[in-house]
Design a protein around this ligand. Structure first.
Ligand SMILES: NC(=O)c1ccc[n+]([C@@H]2O[C@H](COP(=O)([O-])OP(=O)(O)OC[C@H]3O[C@@H](n4cnc5c(N)ncnc54)[C@H](O)[C@@H]3O)[C@@H](O)[C@H]2O)c1
Length: 345
């Protein structure tokens, strides 16, 4: 991901890339050679620099906290890749440290900046779709065994978290952004194709929202060859369906809006078959937003709390899958409802 961040930073006139840190210094050196800046193998050396104002964190999912806390303590704003961390406790510590230090904290959830997603959010806020009744995500992706074997942390519970945590996270965040807080979750997970990994590669979750709306998230990295994610919202006044970056349906008040469909759509890869097959433009937009938030001392468009909200839903999915019970949010030790259900897998 650091290459995506570097390309995005280098495309922003107002930003300067100062350096890369990697515990494997050779990796930092290669990045610095390609994109500019200094290479370090100790984050403290970078944090000592007065000309560093923002740190973007692209280490494995379960290794964000220590760097985030050190950066906040050094007075640096942080942009932390999703998920912010693997537990609510660690994420809360990151958010609290940033608040204490008076620095901004933004979770990278760049799909919110995707043109049709941002347009859908504006449409929902205008009330044009009416109350949303149903929201579904179908993420039929494919990842190879080589992808999981490439780095020791992939497919592990302690450092990656699982397919929902690592990949469906973006789309769970989008549903939460569009539809508001989730009230309960009923889920099933399975490891169907990637037998060497520790976590699920497939799963389904039924979500009930506080608004009364319902939704389904169906996600997998075992669906060859992988197709673009489909997100569908059905409101009182119509339906919107987005597949990848293409708007397939924008039907409101009895009319299919062909103009909006053409204006908001483009053909672009969205990582369905390979982890690097997508554009860094959305990262650029999110980093631009953080710079503006710092300048104008406002919250970033995507906050640490936003990352926490999506994380809580993912953790509820895992708790439901483990217990076979419906799980209520906010998560607490007592969040499991006694209602068992018969599995579908
Ligand atoms: N926003 C997105 O669409 C998106 C896509 C892919 C990955 N990500 C996220 O980006 C992060 C990194 O994923 P990746 O695929 O680039 O992983 P990666 O394994 O390719 O890179 C992680 C790097 O971190 C280094 N590292 C590990 N511990 C470190 C430490 N303590 N200090 C400094 N460096 C350390 C590793 O040596 C490695 O070079 C993850 O949180 C992942 O979820 C986000």
């Amino acid at each position: 991901m650091s290459a995506f961040h570097a390309k995005a930073v280098n495309a922003i006139e107002d930003a300067r890339l100062i350096g890369f840190v990697d515990v494997v210094k050779e990796k930092a050196r290669r990045r610095a050679e390609e994109f500019g800046g200094q290479a370090y193998d100790d984050v403290r050396r970078l944090l000592e620099r007065k000309d560093v104002h923002v740190v973007t964190i692209c280490t494995p999912n379960g290794l964000h906290e220590e760097i985030a806390l050190a950066a906040a303590a050094a007075g640096k704003h942080i942009i932390v890749e999703k998920p912010p961390e693997l537990t609510l406790e660690r994420t809360d510590r990151i958010i609290a440290a940033c608040r204490r230090a008076g620095v901004k904290c933004s979770t990278v959830l760049q799909s919110r900046f995707r043109v049709p997603m941002a347009a859908l959010k504006r449409t929902l806020e205008s009330g044009a779709l009416g109350k949303v009744l149903v929201g579904d995500v179908t993420m039929k992706w494919f990842r190879t065994d080589a992808y999981y074997q490439r780095d020791a942390w992939r497919g592990t519970k302690s450092l990656e978290g699982g397919m929902f945590m690592h990949l469906a996270f973006h789309y769970i965040d989008l549903l939460r952004w569009f539809m508001g807080p989730v009230k309960s979750v009923l889920a099933k997970t399975a490891r169907l194709l990637h037998h060497a990994i520790e976590t699920e590669d497939t799963g389904m979750a039924i979500l009930e929202f506080a608004s009364g709306a319902v939704g389904i998230v169906e996600a997998s990295t075992a669906a060859k060859p992988g197709r673009d994610v489909r997100l569908e919202l059905h409101g009182e006044r119509g339906s919107v369906q987005i597949e990848g970056e293409r708007v397939q349906q924008w039907w409101i008040d009895g009319r299919e809006d062909e103009e909006a469909k053409a204006r908001l759509s483009r053909e672009a890869p969205t990582a369905s078959g390979s982890e690097t097959a997508f554009d860094w433009e959305e990262h650029r937009l999110q980093i631009l937003d953080v710079i503006d938030a710092i300048r104008n001392n406002r919250d970033p468009a995507v906050t640490g709390e936003d990352g926490r909200n999506a994380l809580e839903i993912v953790l509820a999915i895992y708790r439901s899958a483990e217990t076979g019970c419906e799980v209520t949010l906010p998560l607490s030790d007592e969040s499991v409802l006694g209602r068992h259900f018969s599995g579908i897998i």
